[in-house]
Write a protein that binds this ligand. Sequence first.
Ligand code: CMX
Length: 132
Amino acid sequence: MKVEHIGIAVKNLAASNKLFATLFNQEHYKIESVASEGVSTAFFQCGETKIELLEATKEDSAIAKFIEKRGEGIHHIAFEVEDIHAEMKRLEGEGYRILNAEPKRGADNKMICFLHPKSTNGVLIELCQSIK
Ligand code: CMX
C-alpha cells in the first residue's frame, strides 16, 4: 500500500534521536522496546512515512550483527499491507525467502514479517499490517 517506514540501525539511540530531531525539526513521537527482537526503537513521522531508529539491546540481535558487519545505516524498508498472511503466501509462492513461518508482533502496533535480503537484491524488506 505504501512505504510504512524505513528502519535505520544506529549505535546510540539517544544521540541519534537528537540528530534526527534536529534534521526533521520535530521530536520522535514514540520510543518502544521489542524484547523479542532485541531492539529499542524511536519513531519519527515524515509525512505519510515514518523513520524508525533501531538500537540493539542484545549482543546477538539482528541489529547488533548488522552494525558489526556493515556499520550504521539503512537496515530495512517496510511496506504496509492489508492482509499479511495473504501477502506472505503470495510471495512465498513466487519464490521469495520469507524469514518467518508466521507474522510476529513488531513495534508500533504491527504484525510483521521479513523477506531475506538475498532474495530481494540485498535489501531487507519488511511487510507490516496494523493491528486493529
Ligand atoms: N540488509 C541487507 N543485507 C543484510 C541485512 C540487512 N538488514 N542484514 C544482513 N544482511 C546480509 C549480511 O551482510 C550477509 O551478507 P553476505 O553474505 O554478503 O555477507 C547476508 O545478509 C546474510 O547474512 P547472515 O550472516 O547469513 O545472516 P544474519 O545472521 O546476518 O541475518 C537476516 C540476516 C536478515 C536473516 C536477519 O537479520 C533477520 O532475520 N532479520 C529479520 C529480523 C530483524 O531484522 N529484526 C530487527 C528489526 C525489528 C524491528 O523492525 O522492530
